[in-house]
Design a protein around this ligand. Structure first.
Ligand code: GLN
Length: 472
């Protein structure tokens, strides 16, 4: 057992506090000390709980299942007592007005909030460099990005500045930084976790997901996160389930498909090589490994960026300088809208709004948005067909390890292409989890396990077995 309690996983902390409730103080102190030590380098947080207040709240929750152990929350999720800036200058003074359903559920389960984590502005990006406030660094190499857009959440967990965190995944933003930072990240089935209180980016794709130090923690958190919510019209949870139940059962006899389209030339050859060991691990576990095909994968990036930008252009129309915070100083109402938006949004957000507005405009709708919707369907059908024959799909989370800060900032297309393996599951609405799967030159590599709709238990079981068996 480590001496620094902030290094524990959530389930280890719970076990410890069951035996020695007095250690709760030390756990909180160790977290704040680690943050003091590392935060000036890592810059994962935008806001932290006031230590005394957190101690009191944690004490109040100590008899609940999560024992008063706090979690860290991406700054696009409404959290009372904190701001919700979405990493944007527009919302830099915006105080949360209620608790998102996920925050409410976690508090009811006994977990208060330690702080709000940095992110790409409005969750648009793959590196957390698009934050208005700061660039979070990868704790494994401070000259590199932590991935995005939930880079603050993943970096905080990887640096032991958090026990666990929440992120949001519209096109990979939980899995991408989890992979780059060497932690676990789950994008649940669309609708399984309530979006109420998550600032909308692309509503047909957005899902909140946990980022944790091991797979068991993700299962444990899902027990509280996956609840039916009448405040979310797309809520698909059927009541509570125990996602930890049976997680130890192994995966003997399961069929795991490796899609050939995810192992093409864009994949770093060192990850290509690593994947041989992934296959070997699944075989050692008694699973059957097969090569499969997801033929429409090559259209995923174009499809995702048309759909996500279109929905974003509509969702972000609410930031007009009248509602919410930032307001430009102008005389006419029209100028108020345009100047507030010009001053409030950063370049990537503007790019998406322009792209989305264009794709939705009269005369172009069928050519772009309509067509993207059709291809989305084909991508979903690829998965549906694959899951007729196999149980799970395994593939790299990203084509490369974490890249250097600044490396892709001048070339948006290059940045978008780093999402090539992760946007497909959002388009299909299915779940996927990134688990640590070795290192290349000291940098973590993530492997995704994808499953059919609502197959989280199977994914968790496979991830848990893989995590225990895989040797780099
Ligand atoms: N890189 C994706 C994008 O920029 C990630 C979005 C997300 O999952 N929040 O759109």
């Amino acid at each position: 057992m480590p001496i620094k309690l902030n290094e524990l996983t959530l389930h280890e902390s719970i076990d410890l506090l069951k035996k020695e409730p007095g250690k709760r103080e030390k756990l909180l102190n160790d977290l704040f000390n680690e943050i003091d030590d590392r935060e000036s380098d890592v810059q994962a947080y935008l806001e932290l709980a006031e230590p005394e207040e957190l101690r009191e709240e944690s004490k109040r929750l100590e008899n609940l299942p999560l024992k008063g152990i706090p979690g860290t929350v991406k700054d696009n999720i409404q959290t009372l007592g904190f701001k919700t800036t979405c990493g944007s200058s527009f919302l830099q003074d915006y105080d949360s007005v209620y608790d998102a359903t996920v925050i409410k559920s976690l508090k009811e389960a006994g977990s208060p909030v330690l702080g709000k984590a940095n992110m790409d502005e409005f969750a648009m990006g793959s590196s957390t460099e698009n934050s208005f406030f700061q660039t979070t660094k990868n704790p494994h190499d401070l000259s590199r990005v932590p991935g995005g857009s939930s880079g603050g959440s993943a970096a905080a967990v990887a640096a032991d500045e958090a026990i666990y965190a929440l992120g949001s995944d519209t096109g990979g933003s939980v899995r991408h930084p989890a992979g780059f930072c060497g932690v676990v990240g789950l994008k649940p089935t669309y609708g399984l976790v309530s979006r109420y209180g998550l600032t909308a980016f692309a509503s047909s794709l957005d899902q909140i997901g946990p980022i944790t130090k091991d797979v068991y923690d993700t299962a444990l958190l899902l027990n509280f996160l996956a609840t039916y919510d009448e405040m979310d019209s797309t809520s698909a949870a059927e009541g509570r389930k125990d996602y930890t139940e049976g997680i130890d059962r192994g995966i003997e006899g399961l069929k795991v498909g490796f899609p050939k389209e995810y192992f093409g030339e864009e994949l770093d050859p060192r990850i290509q090589e690593k994947a041989k060991k992934w296959r070997g691990t699944f075989q050692d576990l008694g699973a059957e490994v097969r090569e499969i095909s997801l033929p429409h994968t090559e259209y995923a990036i174009a499809t995702y960026y048309i759909i996500a930008s279109s929905e974003a252009s509509a969702n972000l129309a609410r930031f007009d300088g009248v509602r919410y915070t930032s307001r430009a100083n102008t005389k006419s109402i029209e100028e108020l809208f345009s100047k507030s938006r010009d001053e409030g949004f950063g370049p990537e957000v503007k790019r998406r709004i322009l792209l989305g507005t264009y794709a939705l405009s009269a005369g172009y709708y069928d050519e772009y948005y309509g067509k993207a919707q059709k291809v989305r369907r084909l991508i979903k059908q690829d998965f549906d067909r694959a899951f007729e024959d196999i149980d799970l799909i395994a593939a790299p989370t990203s084509p490369t390890p974490a890249f250097k800060i600044g490396e892709k900032m001048d070339d948006p297309l290059k940045m978008y292409l780093s999402d090539i393996f992760i946007v497909t599951v959002n388009l299909a609405g299915i779940p996927a989890m990134s688990v640590p799967a070795g290192q290349v030159d000291g940098l973590p590599i993530g492997m995704q396990i994808m499953g059919s709709s609502l197959s989280e238990k199977k994914i968790l079981r496979a991830g848990h077995s893989f995590e225990r068996t895989f040797e780099d």
